[in-house]
Write a new protein. Structure first.
Length: 278
């Protein structure tokens, strides 16, 4: 089997780190990028199939440099994993515009900027596979996560359109929708809560935070197994447009589809009443 070259964002820890490990385990080459790549070098030591590079997804020059470096090392990029991201939680009114902008800068614009930098190479290769790491929060919005969900919904709509645009170039796009995975995602090093005090939301925000604190580092999803699953998808001729990761994701997304279908059917008469009469 030909070794594939992966380019992974946010590989310092969590899902990104385990995706890097999985790709190496399966014999592929990895460009692991992180805001501080020093830790990655210490973690992996000298590894002939790994290059660790500094890259913040909000820094355009840094993105350009990292992609250039990656191509210098391995000549191609077969798999791009847009994984870097964090969760801006809190009831909408308690989240400032600046905090919303930061959320979109990382979870949306950062992904677009990295992808824009990699696409000319993939088009030239006439092949490539892009994984955009979304969330179950990209399938359904829920209280206390409206801003995070907005970023992931945006990511998903863009990914779907992009997949259509890139099909004729032989480039595939898969949206990954993880449920709860055991990473730092829900701890203070990653998740943020609202930065505006509004007394009426104090209790619900506090409840949300204590619920996440309770499940943090006890989530059921295994990042190593998600890494293996992505490797499996890179070997597929026809990978899915969306990949729900974890049994909780299956349940959450499945029940939402059922709810939406029911609502569509319930209101279908009124829906069709808006057509111009023939
Ligand atoms: N774990 C879950 O339950 C879960 C569920 C659904 C979706 N997700 C999604 O999965 C992805 C990875 O999350 P995770 O669970 O692995 O969380 P994590 O353990 O908190 O890791 C987040 C990663 O993103 C990186 N990152 C954050 N901002 C960045 C930036 N500006 N530039 C470059 N890297 C940046 C972090 O780097 P630093 O180390 O430098 O901070 C870290 O490597 C995210 O997109 C998240 O939304 C996770």
């Amino acid at each position: 089997m030909v070794q594939k070259v992966w380019f992974i964002t946010g590989a310092s820890r969590g899902l990104g780190l385990d995706m890097a490990r999985a790709a190496l385990r399966h014999g592929d080459k990895v460009v692991a990028t992180a805001r501080n790549a020093k830790g990655l070098v210490e973690r992996f030591g000298e590894h002939k199939d790994l290059v660790a590079l500094d890259m913040d997804v909000t820094n355009q020059q840094g993105i350009t440099n990292a992609v250039t470096e990656a191509v210098k090392h391995f000549e191609r990029i077969d798999v791009l994993v847009n994984n870097a991201g964090y969760g801006q939680m809190g009831r909408f009114e308690t989240v400032s515009s600046r905090a919303i902008e930061r959320q979109f800068a990382v979870n949306v614009f950062g992904v677009m900027d990295v992808t824009r930098e990699v696409l000319p190479l993939m088009r030239k290769q006439k092949s490539g596979h892009i994984f955009n790491v979304s969330s179950i929060g990209g399938a359904r919005g829920y209280a206390g996560s409206s801003v995070y969900c907005a970023s992931k919904f945006t990511l998903e709509g863009w990914s779907e359109g992009l997949a259509d645009e890139l099909e004729s170039f032989g480039i595939k796009v898969t949206i990954v929708e993880p449920g709860f995975f055991r990473t730092d995602f829900l701890d203070a090093s990653s998740v943020s809560y609202g930065d505006i005090d509004i007394p009426v939301y104090a209790d619900s925000n506090a409840e949300h935070k204590s619920m996440f604190d309770e499940i943090s580092h006890a989530q059921a999803g295994d990042p190593a197994k998600l890494g293996d699953a992505l490797v499996t998808l890179t070997r597929e001729e026809n990978p899915p447009m969306r990949f729900a990761a974890g049994s909780d994701a299956l349940e959450f997304i499945g029940s939402d589809f059922a709810r939406r279908l029911l609502e569509l059917a319930q209101w279908s008469k009124l829906t069709c009443s808006t057509d111009i009469s023939q």
